[in-house]
Ligand binder design. Structure first.
Ligand code: ATP
Ligand code: MG
Length: 255
């Protein structure tokens, strides 16, 4: 198990008063593509947020290591600088901050992404074109009044600009029309090939995975990882649902 980028070990976490994840362990190697599936309310988004260091959640047990360092108690900001990226299931609106300024600020925090204002403008323009986004988006306030699909594209724009080592995409595909879905899939593919970044894709929709070669699939039910397998496990879930895993989760709860 050498050279793991992300290693989650025996993680139990939840909110102050509600345990959500129980003894979750998983590893993601550099440049690998992993998929996290599970029924509604299973704890998928929570796992993404806990890996990112969202202060809304507390870790009661276990560790999160990233790129060789224990980040369990690090702030989300530090984790982001270390190369973890989380695209939110419901991106937040930030009134008063134009998208372009926001992107410039987050890029300037990263020494490896330092570039002149002119180069930055060109780079952002290039990615916006790639994502079929008009330039008027860039002067608008961050996520304010954007449609669901537009918000997802903005997250793709950040992903391609920041080039993180690990991107956790939480239902980046939900609510997208076929054209937007294909644009976002191309964005993910571009991230995979141009940055050789690792992916943890949380999804209910296998269409987003069509362009990706999946290395590993993880199934979470009732806050427990109950199955792990190759990419073909996704087809099995598509055909048979999660029922087959519910028993394993119930057995885990009894243990
Ligand atoms: N901040 C929070 N406060 C209270 N409960 C929470 C919080 N975050 C998550 N939960 C609860 O934890 C459980 C798991 O939620 P989570 O959002 O992780 O599920 P999910 O697997 O992402 O589901 P979905 O497929 O519907 O997005 C749910 O019962 C949810 O209500
Ligand atoms: Mg979710």
């Amino acid at each position: 198990m050498a050279n793991q980028l992300l290693r989650v070990s025996g993680l139990s976490a939840g909110t102050e008063d509600k345990p959500i994840l129980h003894n979750v362990s998983l590893t993601v190697g550099a440049g690998e593509t992993h998929v996290l599936m599970g029924p509604n309310g299973a704890g998928k988004s929570t796992l993404g947020h806990v890996i990112m260091g969202d202060p809304a959640y507390v870790v009661n047990n276990g560790t999160i290591e990233f790129d060789g360092a224990d980040v369990t108690n690090e702030s989300a900001d530090k984790r982001s600088l270390a190369g973890i990226f989380l695209s939110y299931q419901a991106p937040v609106e930030v009134p008063g901050v134009p998208l372009y300024s926001y992107l410039r600020t987050i890029t300037q925090k990263r020494p490896e992404l330092k570039m002149t204002a002119r180069k930055f403008r060109a780079r952002v323009g290039e990615i916006a074109d790639q994502l079929d986004m008009g330039s008027s988006f860039l002067t608008r306030e961050l996520n304010v009044g954007f449609s669901g699909g537009e918000k997802k594209k903005i997250e793709m724009l950040q992903l391609l600009l920041l080039r993180p080592k690990l991107a956790i995409l939480d239902e980046t595909d939900s609510g997208l029309d076929v054209d937007a879905l294909s644009v976002v899939s191309r964005g993910i593919e571009a991230y995979r090939t141009s940055c050789d970044g690792a992916l943890l894709v949380i999804t209910h929709n296998t269409r987003i995975l069509e362009r990706l070669s999946v290395d590993r699939t993880h199934v979470i039910v009732h806050g427990r990882l109950v199955a792990e397998g190759p990419g073909s496990l996704i087809d099995d879930i598509d055909a048979h649902g999660f029922e087959q895993f519910e028993r394993a989760a119930e057995a885990g709860e009894g243990a």
